[in-house]
Design a binder for this molecule. Structure first.
Ligand SMILES: *[C@@H]1O[C@H](CO)[C@@H](O)[C@H](O)[C@H]1NC(C)=O
Ligand SMILES: *[C@@H]1O[C@H](CO)[C@@H](O)[C@H](O)[C@H]1NC(C)=O
Ligand SMILES: *[C@@H]1O[C@H](CO)[C@@H](O)[C@H](O)[C@H]1NC(C)=O
Ligand SMILES: *[C@@H]1O[C@H](CO)[C@@H](O)[C@H](O)[C@H]1NC(C)=O
Ligand SMILES: *[C@@H]1O[C@H](CO)[C@@H](O)[C@H](O)[C@H]1NC(C)=O
Ligand SMILES: *[C@@H]1O[C@H](CO)[C@@H](O)[C@H](O)[C@H]1NC(C)=O
Length: 627
């Protein structure tokens, strides 16, 4: 334990003490300590979720993060959209192959498919426009002080050290052809004498970290009296590898110091160091889905956590990362503060390139949206009831009842269009014409007036459904359209959202079940009832060899007082996200002895079937994000 700590400290010391403006080449001072005994858990290791790491998540894993607007999510991975699938609104941009594209999104999706063309500038292509990045050190191509020539400037310029971080350094290295990005922004950098340092002028650059060229980042020119330091970078080469015991292995093959995992900074360059975290260090923000975000992403007006908690409770604290209004052209930005501790600094900042990050957000806002999981506002205030209580009109607008002949044998969930989700064990395709789908039903003894009854067109059972093990206990019911209607009319129903990621909700989250199932004592129930249950993490302890973690979900209460029971089958287990949007998280599937804590209810884990559902009902019908 001690030994490892010492080595880590040495490493940090070497990196930071060599930070300097001038001098000889940086030498790798860290000798590899192969003789070390295998490392005991360092504090950082407690932050990392080892089981999650096996999934090799990156910035393209849409079960953890949102895709870029020029990508869509298929089978858990962000893949390239075709350019024509981009929103049309926007201004033209120019690419490095001299071609103009109608919008930034068109160019990025083209680049995504054919990486040889990159972004050059916003606006039309100019005849002699060229962008280049170079490193000052002539003896090696992987490190040095960074110089940049912007498209409309005729000379190379240095980059200011202020604001220069791993996000920017990674992009600079991507741009220079180092696919794993940067190793460090610190080091002792050499530069050739013929490059004059203008100590009062440098470029300030701001990147997100996923750009493929620095040209996509936003540049502004800073003039400050006095030397302020120039940015340098050490690009990652496999030769710079850190010993395995002291480092974190990124999915892209790069190794980073262990203490840089789960700190909100995308050191890996593919974000893999921030996606499997149990906690976050250095003040970074932990999403419920186990992702660490830079603290600046909190309340910046853009959803970053898949379940949205980075934008909750932001009233009065909206802030962005350097709002562009604060950097207006030729603005005289006096950073004077009251009190004597800061000398008055006169600083001038001039924006030189377009803010493509704002453009990216704008494009995102133009993507198609679906409406699901949000109830119509109810005007009467109601007491919050917990525990198997009768539902009232409008409480569960996605709940349907499936009637087979004159019996209600199962529940179902409306998910939009003509589609209802239920359990495979509830329905048989051959009996499709016997079923009726009742919506808005509250009590099947005292029928309410707004009930709508639909006929069934067809039933699709999951091909992997196993009636013995209850694996893949999921089915889709397609409602018959009324004669002369193009769409299905579910007048009083509202679809529940279909979860696209298994990380949207977590064990211990409180969710709601509803149905017409029997009571514990097998007594019949005629009215729709509901109750709150908690998701349970590992149900193998209750149902050994019968519980399949990936496909099933368990939920219950400590005392077993709320549970799904016979007759609830096929009905919904819904969970609400941080903005109170309702998702169908589970379908009531099986369980033993209703209402006993040692036998919690088992549900089909709907998130696992997002692609199966979208294959049948069409992706646009259920995709809220990543379309
Ligand atoms: C997109 O552009 C069209 C016409 O070019 C315009 O009518 C429409 O309002 C724009 N939409 C948005 C969301 O800006
Ligand atoms: C440095 O930049 C300033 C501001 O653009 C300019 O006035 C000055 O002449 C430059 N100095 C050198 C040595 O190029
Ligand atoms: C890109 O340039 C156009 C004019 O050519 C301008 O209207 C637009 O605002 C610019 N976009 C960004 C993101 O600065
Ligand atoms: C269902 O699962 C059981 C146990 O794994 C297996 O023996 C049986 O063959 C499966 N049935 C089908 C139809 O796949
Ligand atoms: C779940 O419980 C089973 C049985 O108790 C155990 O073998 C398994 O390691 C547990 N899995 C997790 C992820 O906790
Ligand atoms: C969600 O609903 C709960 C309970 O009704 C309420 O307290 C909370 O403020 C709501 N949250 C949002 C973001 O609307």
């Amino acid at each position: 334990m001690k030994l490892v700590r010492v080595v880590l400290l040495l490493l940090c010391f070497c990196l930071s003490s060599f930070e300097g403006k001038y001098g000889k080449h940086w030498k790798n001072q860290v000798t590899k300590k192969h003789e070390l005994p295998s490392a005991p858990a360092a504090p950082q290791e407690d932050l990392v979720d080892a089981k999650c790491l096996l999934n090799k998540y990156t910035h393209r894993s849409c079960s953890k993060v949102f895709c870029q607007p020029w990508e869509k999510c298929v089978d858990g991975t962000c893949i390239c959209k075709l350019p024509y699938q981009c929103p049309k609104n926007g201004t033209s941009v120019c690419s490095t192959n001299g071609r103009s594209f109608p919008t930034y999104c068109h160019l990025k999706s083209f680049e995504c498919l054919r990486p040889e063309a990159k972004f050059l500038n916003n606006g039309t292509c100019t005849a002699e426009g060229e962008f280049s990045v170079s490193l000052s050190d002539e003896s090696t191509d992987s490190k040095g002080i960074v110089t940049v020539k912007l498209v409309d400037q005729d000379k190379k310029m240095f980059i200011c050290k202020s604001n220069w971080g791993m996000a920017e350094a990674n992009v600079a290295c991507f741009d220079l052809g180092f696919q794993q990005g940067a190793l460090d922004t610190r080091g002792r950098f050499h530069y050739s004498e013929d490059l004059q340092i203008n100590s009062t002028e440098c470029l300030q650059v701001r990147c997100q970290g996923f750009e493929t060229t620095l040209a996509e980042c936003t540049f502004s020119k800073r003039r400050v009296p006095g030397y302020q330091g120039l940015a340098g970078v050490l690009c990652y080469t496999p030769a710079a590898d850190l010993p395995a015991t002291e480092s974190f292995a990124c999915v892209n093959g790069k190794r980073i110091p262990l203490n840089r995992a789960c700190n909100g900074v995308n050191d890996c360059g593919d974000q893999s160091d921030e996606l499997c975290c149990k906690g976050c260090q250095d003040g970074s923000f932990l999403c419920k889905s186990g992702v660490c975000l830079p603290n600046q992403h909190r309340c910046n007006g853009e959803l970053d956590c898949i379940s949205g908690e980075d934008e909750v409770g932001c009233e009065g604290s909206r802030r962005g990362r350097t709002p562009s209004s604060a950097l207006s052209r030729h603005s005289q930005d006096r950073l004077s503060r009251t009190g004597a501790e800061y000398p008055e600094v006169q600083e001038e900042t001039e924006i030189l390139t377009a803010d493509m990050d704002t453009e990216r957000k704008r494009i995102k806002s133009l993507l198609p949206k679906i409406s699901c999981g949000v109830k119509r506002p109810v005007h009467t205030r109601r007491k919050r009831i917990v525990g198997g209580k009768p539902a009232q009109a409008g409480d569960f607008p996605w709940q349907v009842a499936i009637k087979d002949g004159d019996k209600i044998n199962c529940g179902g969930i409306y998910i939009g269009g003509c589609w209802v989700l239920t359990a495979a064990h509830c329905v048989r395709p051959s009996r499709a014409h016997h079923y009726q789908i009742w919506t808005s039903l509250l009590d099947w003894i005292k029928l309410n007036s707004n009930i709508v009854v639909e006929k069934v067109e067809r039933i699709i059972i999951h091909e992997g459904y196993n009636g013995t093990t209850y694996q893949n206990d999921i089915a889709l019911i397609e409602i018959k359209k009324r004669p002369s209607h193009k769409e299905c009319v579910f007048s009083n129903s509202i679809p529940a959202c279909v979860p696209w990621s298994p990380y949207l909700f977590q064990p211990k989250d409180s969710c709601i079940i509803s149905g017409w199932g029997r009571e514990k004592d097998n007594q019949k129930v005629y009215s729709l009832r509901w109750g709150e249950v908690n998701l349970i993490s590992n149900c193998s302890q209750f149902y050994q060899n019968r519980y399949y973690e990936k496909e099933m979900e368990c939920a219950g209460t400590a005392d077993g007082s709320i549970d799904a029971c016979k007759g609830d089958s096929g009905g919904p287990l819904v969970c609400l996200d941080t903005s109170n949007v309702t998702y169908v998280w589970g379908i009531v599937s099986w369980g033993e002895n209703c209402g006993k804590p040692e036998f919690p209810g088992v549900y089909t884990k709907v998130a696992n079937y997002f692609d199966w559902i979208s294959y049948h009902v069409g992706r646009p019908l259920i995709s809220q994000h990543n379309v």
